[in-house]
Design a binder for this molecule. Sequence first.
Ligand SMILES: [Zn+2]
Length: 503
Amino acid sequence: MRLPCSPRHAKVKGKFKESYLSAAQSVKPLINSEEKLPRDKLNPPTPSIYLESKRDAFSPVLLQFCTDPKNPITVIRGLAGSLRLKVGGTGCSRQCVAWGAGVGVWGEALKVGCRRWDLRDGRDVWPCVAFHRERALVDSYEEWGRGVLLRDMQEDKESDEEGDEPDSTTETPPSSSADQKSHQIIKFGTNIDLSDAKRWKPQLQELLKLPAFMRVTSTGNMLSHVGHTILGMNTVQLYMKVPGSRTPGHQENNNFCSVNINIGPGDCEWFAVHEHYWETISAFCDRHGVDYLTGSWWPILEDLYKSNIPVYRFIQRPGDLVWINAGTVHWVQATGWCNNIAWNVGPLTAYQYQLALERYEWNEVKNVKSIVPMIHVSWNVARTVKISDPDLYKMIKYCLMQSIKHCQVLRASLVRSGKKIAYQGRVKDEPAYYCNECDVEVFNILFVTSENGSKNTYLVHCEDCARQRSVALHGVVVLEQYKTEELMQIYDNFTLVRGGGSA
Ligand SMILES: [Zn+2]
């Protein structure tokens, strides 16, 4: 088990494993959940920023404001306009075409839409059907059009089987044209992956006009130190939405920050709750029989208010940029036809780092894969980035120490049992490893098998899963990617830099 930094961190796999975090180093803001909040405090105004000039966008005040642990979400109004971003926004019709929003496809979707889409029934229950989790990647707008048709038919079939849904009177979205099938709502939109840097060069180049901390790639972004692509996290995705499309409630992978720009033509409605309340929301999901981390759910606002949870709610218009701070629980619905581009960012702040590691450990407890290999990233950051924030520095240093400890304990037990460890240093661009069975990150000491005796197919396992195949590790090769001295040298050379910012 892990040394608990909170009770739920107890018991991972029955073995002694310490946390990568020290509870004493926590930088979470103090939020008094006991005090009963009046109605207006439960509907706080959303932190909004109007940029007067390009210079405002590059002021360090903006970075401080957005990453302030007390601000769960920030809307930057008309950012696309003030930076002259050609990604849509006011008067964007030509730019929208530049982004590929072909009118023909919208027309196709519209035909489908008029036949059966109706927004009168909000159906605000916790479990919610949505396709966001599929992370469908289509290659073109034509495919997107086909996807809509395909799903439309599938939906028809499903709703016939479901029968009528209970009506809800809360949160009714604006009504559209009347339709017989009033119990149906639009539940989908589709993602287009813009990771191909050559193909989307003009579009991606526009995003270099953003302040550094918001960019897809920057020194101060942990996701730029992963060493490989994580689709939709350190690459851009375009979400095409029809009115009523919903992105169910979630926190980002490993509690990372997220940047979202509405490139129009319609609006999006956002709901957001501070990270502090995620466990309460998770408990609501449990009660409704839907998995908080992997399921689709749409909170009932009244439930949240009754639990004394403030909900930020606002409209994102074309050209508005939404900054989702680390760990913020959020859910979104399109009120018009719209396209959004989004990606994740991991600013090198103590708050972001702590939340990322907390979720890393919680994912392991819940058997959910951590999309960001935090130990691998921590070592890369220590090797290559100058850190000037003492809180962040101490946290990373502590994590590295725990990582060395894990390796040494494991190494010693292997040596004691007479198991050979073969050194195989890492090569350039070698990815982080995950256990083939349980999806846990496997750092440094890899348990490798070759499938069907084939020389080309190697599988990496964690120690537990390797021992499940063979307690004595027969047929398992143990590889070590770093020498102990190598890790210790990185650890020693990682020192706090005075002043100047972490990037
Ligand atoms: Zn495993």
